[in-house]
Design a protein around this ligand. Sequence first.
Ligand code: ADP
Ligand code: MG
Length: 151
Amino acid sequence: MNQFELNTMNSNETDQFAAKLAGFLRPGDVISLEGDLGAGKTTFTKGLARGLGIKKIVNSPTFTIIKEYHGRMPLYHMDVYRVADSGEDLGFDEYFDGDGVTVVEWAHLIETQLPVNRLTIYLYQEGHENRKIVFEPQGERYEQLCKEIFS
Ligand code: ADP
Ligand code: MG
């Protein structure tokens, strides 16, 4: 599997890169965000939202699971930290197959609910403001996407 890597020196750089990524996204795209608390998953999502032309302030949907925003296309922002994956269908497909981009923080917690083809992004806290960001595309669409962004 191809991996792509990037280091950011502060939250602004993470935001900038996410906003750039947003320019390459299209309806039906699914992004998983993985990383410890404070790694920068929500920060990354804010940048994505900005890049999608969303003006509303994006904050963590930890207590609501899903928040919807409207920009150039809809953004479905999920934080599934408190969701238990029993294997039972939780009805997320309407978002994944929908007319917008879905971003899932802590996605591995609902592994069985997720489409196999997606872009997984791992954020690692390397220092106070240093983050290693690793992109792991699954499927042709996301391989291509990563090649374009990192070229
Ligand atoms: P998570 O959603 O993964 O729990 P948040 O995005 O809510 O993380 O929090 C990340 C925190 O780390 C924010 O306060 C952000 O300003 C800070 N931060 C510092 N450096 C970076 C960086 N390079 N990238 C992303 N966030 C950073
Ligand atoms: Mg978060």
